[in-house]
Design a protein around this ligand. Sequence first.
Ligand code: ZN
Length: 544
Amino acid sequence: MRATKLFWNTLRQAPAGVDLPGQQLLLRAGLLRSPAPTVWTLLPLGQQGWERLLACTAQVAQDAGAQPVAFPWARPPESESGRGARWRCGEPAGWAAWDLASRELRSYRQLPQLWYAVQPHLFAHVNTRAGLLGSALSRRLELFGLYASLEEALAGQEALAEAYGALWSRLGLPLAAVAAGPRDAVAWLWEHPDGETAFFRCARCGYAGLPAATEAPPPPADASPMLPMEEVETPDCTTIAALAEYLGISPAQTMKVVFYTVEQEDQVVCAVIRGDLNIDEQKLARALGNKPFRLSTDSEVRWVGSVPGYGSPIGLKRVQVLADPSVMAARNLVAGANKEPFHIRNVNAGRDFSVHQVVDLRAARAGDPCPGCGEPLEEAHGFALGEVAVQTAEEVGISDAHYLDQAGQSQPLVMLSMVFDLDRIWVTLAEVHRDENGLRWPAPVAPVQVHLVAIKLDVPGVAQMAERVYERLRQAGLCVLFDDRDERPGVAFKDADLLGAPLRLTVSPRALEAGGIEAKWRTAAESEVVAEEALASLIAPLLS
Ligand SMILES: [Zn+2]
């Protein structure tokens, strides 16, 4: 590329409204523009760098045996007749991958299968403080693996997680691998205080986990005798705080009751936890088999025999009770009386109401003991850049995804799904690799690997040498930007630092006089003059 032919404008200052320093540099270096708040256009050099990142991530997938496909990026309405039915855009392509798998994969001989695709994604939330890292739009590498058994899928997950971990190390990307769910599911986060994803970590043993993946400590068992239930009038006590204050007790002596409705089944669920704790709705989602649910309406709460603000699981109809272990271990809690304005003292799970499922629902919090070693956990935040998980067809509600094993028996397929947010990873690279003068790209993903500057092209010998070097670098397969503009050296060097190619080569009358070409690595303090013949060994590190 010649700078005189390239659509490339650098800026002295970043536009207002972008706070993260790496993104300011992406804008100033002419890689990125923002046509409207929270959305972004990648300019030619930006897109070139992004494509090199895509190539690196796709190569890891291909090395693992994955084949490229393209899944639909929108899903048509389920029924054509439905009024107001809309296409759903930018969802993960898992539904299409499952559809393909259940129709086409019939025999163990076809397994495993690994497919990858670059898919646009639409996030539900925008984090305006984080610029491109908080944008609702992103392009993602989605990878789906179909396996004959859980064991094989988990082995595949481990191998892929290791291969991508090696790529992040090679790119100098400090991503935390954080426990994200059952079966060693992992999320990759870039730790940052503005990140929208909270996680917990242990300074002693290195444990890191998303809140929903962080198991609650076993609650202390209370051995007190169960006392008889006793109704008590509690006006205006519709919150735990108001109730505890009114009765002069601690919130830990109360029971928190939340009603949810599982929509596709019209099932009301009564979730109970000790009053000082909170329910983690992702843990609840897992307990409900990942079926969509929402808070119950007041009329649904009344339909099962309760009243809003004074609920308890005692004597309800048509309801499924999910209890956190904290409720099972406690004795003589205060719970709602299912009528206004009354509560009941000395409520005990098992004796006073039956529980359909005891399951960890507790939202983890800083200071909880580490699941690994017991040390108090710290809370941290980060940007989620990727994740991997393994699920069976049954867990995602698909009944017909089966294959025939060697013995001719029908067996369920197991899917690994992995996703990397390429836009966010690309921006994170800019945040991580920079200094006060500009970007400092790692060679494998640098938009430009060699920035060739020619000074005083009209001086005899300069243009000829610059053209020769340009040609040799291109023939070596490097991405070269040849700055052939008629700029002062100071301007050209500033732009080169801003853009951040790993190597800058300068052809100038002074360098020619000194016997060759001036070479400066972006991460080095000093430049050196190398002879033209030494060019091949100079650029060798960029080609490996
Ligand atoms: Zn620990």
